[in-house]
Write a protein that binds this ligand. Structure first.
Ligand code: ADP
Ligand code: ADP
Length: 218
């Protein structure tokens, strides 16, 4: 079975807006699927449905993942906690012993290139580093499914390129199923195993394009 499957999904909000209609989409383990499309076509709504933050009005959303994690466009870090304490948060909430969650947080921070910055607070870090903390916090839970809502949209272009390479490396290393929203077609093609194109209001999937080639590994 797919890690994530949306079948015949329509989402209508209480305001009367129908954000999505007739959406069929599945993401298997080992797939990294990007979603592109103009503002307002329902990309964020699709991701929130996949995460369980919203419920479908019509249709089914099936998630076959022990753990899923969500990375927002804004890193949403706790400003009063150090980078490591931010990454430890999930472990704290799930009652993991202190030594274990410190070890896991350190490993996750090492993976995203933040060795030596563990004790810094978010405001002492650059935009790219804050996003790295946010990604470390998502991946420390070893998710089967990782959802990304335009995580690099607010970064400058150089940082963005570095983060794309970084994320591709993490995906290959960890093997989670990924669903990634972006406004950048180039980013979608670079990162993904498949690109989904959405359009219209309400939004629909108008094309699904497999990315058949392998980019050189970083
Ligand atoms: P995108 O991410 O592609 O920009 P969204 O999923 O954010 O699109 O929004 C799709 C449509 O649904 C838009 O018309 C938006 O205004 C509407 N919408 C999104 N969230 C809500 C909400 N919580 N309540 C009412 N309308 C919403
Ligand atoms: P994005 O630019 O990432 O697509 P949006 O600006 O569309 O994000 O939406 C940001 C937030 O505002 C979301 O949480 C969404 O649910 C909410 N939202 C968007 N449109 C509406 C709306 N018409 N009514 C109520 N909430 C909305």
């Amino acid at each position: 079975t797919a890690t994530l499957a949306l079948t015949g999904v329509t989402k209508r909000f209480p305001t009367g807006t129908t954000a999505l209609t007739g959406v069929d989409l599945s993401v298997d383990a080992g797939e990294f699927v990007s979603v592109v499309g103009p503002s307002g076509c329902g990309k964020s709504t699709l991701l929130r449905l996949a995460s369980g933050l919203e419920e479908a009005t019509v249709g089914r959303v099936d998630v076959d993942a022990g753990t899923s994690s969500y990375v927002f466009q804004d890193p949403t870090l706790l400003e009063w906690r150090s980078a490591r304490k931010n990454v430890e948060l999930i472990g704290e909430l799930s009652g993991l012993p202190k030594s274990q969650r410190q070890k896991a947080a350190q490993e996750a921070l090492d993976l995203v290139g933040l060795t030596g910055f563990e004790k810094q607070h978010p405001r002492q870090l650059s935009g790219g580093m804050r996003m790295r903390v946010s990604i470390a916090r998502a991946l420390v839970a070893e998710p089967d499914l990782a959802l990304f809502d335009e995580p690099f949209g607010a970064l400058d272009e150089i940082t963005r390129l570095a983060m794309q390479t970084e994320l591709q490396r993490l995906f290959r290393l960890k093997g989670f199923a990924g669903l990634f929203i972006t406004h950048s077609v180039a980013e979608a093609v670079y990162l993904s195993t498949r690109v989904v194109v959405m359009s219209g209001r309400p939004g629909r999937i108008v094309a699904e394009i497999p990315v058949p080639w392998e980019f050189p590994r970083p």
